[in-house]
Design a binder for this molecule. Structure first.
Ligand code: PLP
Length: 385
């Protein structure tokens, strides 16, 4: 009797290698510069500046740290407010709270799952200092509307672009809309060096101080450029620059970003084609991409009709050797938000999406065969709702 073929497990994520990472790390070591701001850091920053049109890109040790730098640059005073989505990673909010801000949570749109720009105006107060849009799944937030509101009220926009590297909104790169934007090169992101990030600065008034904050509060960058004859302690700061060995790894991925994005786009399209019929029959929702957005192929999710259906599908996939995972828990309902008494704005869409959303295995090296298996196993599942 023929037996079932034995399938290997399909993880949710897997770090992918493009081939030159080790070669470049060896070069960084050979050049005798493995601390921060070496040749590979320079190359990564230049590539980001060129491709995204940023006035300045600074590599950081993480997206979390880039967000913290942005928070320090805002000079927040106690009681200052920062508007953030509740449906996001902790760091989007924590970085600002760490530096004195009070978070004001904004609900998301049910279609793109991005900050709902129609709710923003009502959340603005005289204490609003910044708005932090997160381009969920690499789909652009409605930046025209968000920009207009921010301008009207003198709020600074800081884009958390961890998902959105190389995505576009109305033809313009995500990360180019805010005064600043942050990137993540964590293992789970499209382009990675394990742990890493970048601060993109579009408003030049922040550049000089950002370099100082990143270098422990010293003007060391200016010293190395010969602009001052000694360096000293001039401001607040910390150590936010990564080793050039990590930048070398990162450059091995960044220099082939178009190829990475192309492969991820094919994976994304294959999921959509393979699952649209199943979604229709089962009352599930697939990602919505507005015509004016070019998404970054960061993830593929499905939204089930109920929490029970979502949990049953996770269990079904797990039994068949496939790991699929839910995503953010509403931050406005988190233990910490309650303990601190952060605002109690209801965010009903955030709560519903958090219950019903499921992310499918997605990594650059996901093979066609693996993907077909995921799609087949998904199609076996019938939703009773
Ligand atoms: C991954 C992620 C972060 C944090 O990135 P790190 O580089 O791990 O600090 C922040 N915001 C969002 C939206 C993310 O997805």
């Amino acid at each position: 009797m023929p037996s079932e073929p034995i399938h290997h497990h399909i993880p949710f994520n897997k770090p992918c290698f493009e081939g030159k990472e080790l070669v470049y790390i060896a070069q960084a070591i050979g050049a005798g510069h493995i601390s921060g701001d070496g040749e590979f850091t320079r190359r990564c920053q230049q590539l980001l500046e060129t491709e995204l049109g940023a006035r300045k890109a600074l590599l950081t040790t993480s997206c979390t740290h880039a967000l913290e730098m942005a928070a320090i640059l805002l000079d927040l005073m106690p009681g200052d407010e920062v508007i953030v989505p509740s449906f996001t990673f902790v760091s989007t909010v924590n970085a600002f709270v760490l530096h004195g801000a009070r978070p004001v949570f904004c609900d998301i749109r049910p279609d793109t799952l991005n900050m709902n720009e129609h709710l923003l105006e009502d959340l603005i107060t005289p204490r609003t200092r910044a708005i932090v849009p997160v381009h969920y799944a690499g789909v652009g937030c409605e930046m025209d509307a968000i920009n207009a509101i921010a301008e009207r009220h003198g709020a600074v926009i800081i884009e958390d672009n961890a998902h959105g590297l190389f995505g576009r909104y109305k033809g313009r790169p995500l990360g180019s809309f805010g005064a600043m934007a942050t990137q993540s090169f964590h293992e789970t992101k499209n382009i990675t060096c394990g742990e890493g990030g970048a601060l993109l600065i579009n408003d030049p008034q922040y550049i000089e101080r950002a370099e100082i904050i990143r270098e422990k509060g010293t003007n060391r960058s200016r010293f190395f450029r010969g602009q001052v004859d000694k360096y000293s302690w001039v401001d607040l700061g910390s150590s936010y620059l990564p080793s050039d060995m990590l930048a070398a790894f990162l450059y091995g991925q960044l220099e082939v970003w178009q190829s990475v994005q192309h492969r991820r786009r094919l994976i994304w399209e294959r999921y959509r084609e393979g699952l649209s019929g199943w979604a229709r029959e089962n009352g599930a929702q697939l990602p919505f991409i507005p015509d004016h957005c070019e998404h970054a192929s960061h993830m593929f999710y499905v939204i089930l009709p109920t929490l029970e259906a979502r949990q049953a599908l996770i269990a079904h996939l797990k039994r068949r050797g496939i790991t699929a995972v839910f995503h953010y828990l509403p931050l406005h309902h988190s233990e910490f938000a309650r303990k601190r008494g952060f605002d109690t704005n209801p965010c009903p869409v955030t709560c519903e999406i958090s219950d019903c959303l499921l992310r499918l295995p997605f990594y650059t090296a996901l093979t066609k065969e693996e993907q077909h298996r995921v799609i087949d196993v998904m199609r076996e599942f019938q939703c009773e709702y």
